[in-house]
Design a protein around this ligand. Structure first.
Ligand code: UN1
Length: 512
């Protein structure tokens, strides 16, 4: 199918029939296994072709290595200018880029536009950062000596991304990674290759105007888990940044660790909100609905557990059910729709299995969970988001199901709420709604939420790019995007310089 973004940018990465499996420098159709890509909106094919073969991926790595050798010597602000211009082109084509996200990932238009905005924002952030890759100077214990640290580029980076943020997560990694002097090899989810190709078309457009940047600065390879495994196992790639499920992350981590490489992992969440008796319920309700049903429950930051004070539970459940009853579910491209489709049938099946499991474990479905078959495009998997009242320690509650299921559980004391909050293996995002300053501070304290993101009076999803994004425990420990996450993409060199005429040894050692 013909998408506006490719014609607007004059890119040949897709035709009516097929797609390129290597995009960027040396673009070519794939030699590997076949791939059919369909839209979650109506199940219709968007494109089909072949994925990149092992050999093709190998030559991409080689090219990325050469590009890195050039990039690392370019001044960081020049790399920043490149990224700034990528942001400009993304701005110009925001609607057309969002259209690809809606078609391929099923996001409603507002959220698809928001995702492109997240990419644009990180370009701005990274551009500023390109003049702020600071190291420290350190007081030396030796006379006539100076110590300092420098941050140097790392090498070609592999970026493995998931279907649910098919542009922004690449951008967090690549915009920072490039400013830090690295080349990027991107393996997007095989469910969203067109998003990656559209992004590459934007990069190409800027490359045409900036011959000083090596063309293999960022390359897309369309592949499946075998490509992921190949990239993870290749010691020419010092860092593999992977976003996706916990089982996928464990595989990547083990393969990368076996060669003592670095991995940056952003895996599953099982995000909770504590709703305290003093909470502003009108605000909380809005936050719950956006966090729990936004992106049809397919964000790693989606609200999955509501830990509600017993005194509020009935009222909150009642109001939530009312709100869920009016949610517009349907074609994500229609104005007004708030809940689009699940990504595919597998995802629908996983949701049904989880709901069955919840019932077996004594849960009570207060609303939804069923498939929506009327007033939605045929061929897609549309569901009514579910609200399930269940005990906090039911097994299913401790698993991430990538679908809109909100488990509601009750607590009596704040100690108990925090214990329930922290008892799951994942540790990405968290929130408390309270007007009580002590409770809020306690939630944010070392003895409070054990997550990488902890919020007060806002929901669990929809983080800004300026903060470091990521989480603890099985979420993988990585931090991407804002704050000092850039340090992940660089290597630190400690330098000691002797400007004196003596050679004093550290620790006062006399030698000879
Ligand atoms: C993800 O789901 O992988 O905080 C990322 C958020 C978004 C990013 C989610 N800014 O919900």
């Amino acid at each position: 199918m013909t998408l506006a973004i490719f014609s607007q940018l004059g890119s040949g990465y897709t035709t009516d029939k097929t797609f390129m499996a290597v995009a960027g420098d040396g673009a070519m159709p794939g030699d590997g296994d076949p791939l059919i890509v369909s839209s979650p909106i109506d199940g219709k094919d968007l494109t089909r072709g072949k994925m990149a073969s092992e050999q093709q991926v190998n030559s991409v790595i080689l090219q990325a290595q050469h590009a890195f050798e050039r990039l690392r010597t370019l001044p960081a602000p020049v790399r920043g200018e490149f990224v700034r211009r990528i942001g400009e082109v993304a701005r110009e084509h925001k609607e057309a880029l969002a259209e690809v996200i809606s078609l391929e990932a099923g996001k409603i238009t507002q959220e698809a536009l928001g995702e492109v905005q997240e990419w644009i924002d990180i370009c701005d952030f990274a551009t500023g950062l390109s003049r702020q890759l600071y190291g420290l100077t350190i007081a030396s214990e030796r006379p006539g000596h100076r110590m300092m640290e420098q941050w140097h580029p790392l090498g070609p980076l592999a970026v493995i991304t998931a279907f649910n943020f098919p542009m922004a997560v690449w951008a967090w990694n690549a915009m920072l990674g490039i400013v830090c002097g690295n080349s990027i090899i991107w393996k997007p989810s095989e469910k969203t290759p067109l998003c990656a190709l559209a992004v590459q078309a934007v990069v190409d457009k800027v490359l045409d105007d900036m011959p000083e940047i090596p063309r293999s600065v960022s390359t897309v390879v369309i592949g499946d888990r075998d490509t992921g495994k190949q990239l993870s196992g290749d010691s020419r790639i010092p860092l593999v940044s992977a976003t996706g499920s916990i089982p996928m992350g464990k595989k990547v981590a083990q393969t990368v660790a076996a060669r003592l490489g670095r991995s940056l992992l952003e895996l599953g969440g099982n995000n909770a909100m504590i709703l305290a008796p003093s909470a502003d319920l009108d605000l909380a309700l809005r936050a719950i609905v956006f966090s729990a049903v936004g992106t049809a429950g397919q964000r790693c930051t989606t609200l999955r557990r509501l830990i509600c004070h017993r005194s509020l539970a009935d009222k909150v459940c009642h109001r939530l059910v009312k709100a869920y009853q009016t949610l517009p579910i349907g074609n994500p491209r229609d104005a007004g729709t708030l809940v689009g489709p699940l990504i595919d049938q597998q995802s629908f099946n996983a949701m049904q299995l989880a709901l069955g499991e919840a019932l077996r474990e004594g849960g009570q479905v207060l609303f939804g969970g069923d498939q929506v078959l009327h007033d939605v495009p045929a061929g897609g998997f549309y569901v009514r988001p579910a609200i399930v009242k269940i005990r906090h320690n039911a097994d299913i509650v401790h698993h991430e199901t990538f679908a809109p299921i909100l488990y509601v559980m009750e607590y009596d004391e704040m100690d108990e709420a925090i214990a329930i909050h922290n008892e799951v293996p994942q540790g990405l995002s968290s929130a408390i709604f309270t007007e009580n300053m002590r409770e809020a501070e306690r939630f944010l304290s070392p003895a409070g939420s054990d997550c990488g993101i902890a919020n007060v009076n806002i929901g669990t999803s929809g983080a800004e790019i300026g903060g470091a994004f990521g989480g603890e425990k099985e979420t993988g420990g990585g931090r991407e995007s804002g704050s000092d996450a850039w340090k992940n993409y660089m290597r630190r060199a400690t330098n000691t310089i002797n400007y004196g005429g003596e050679l004093p040894l550290a620790q006062g050692i006399e030698f000879g």
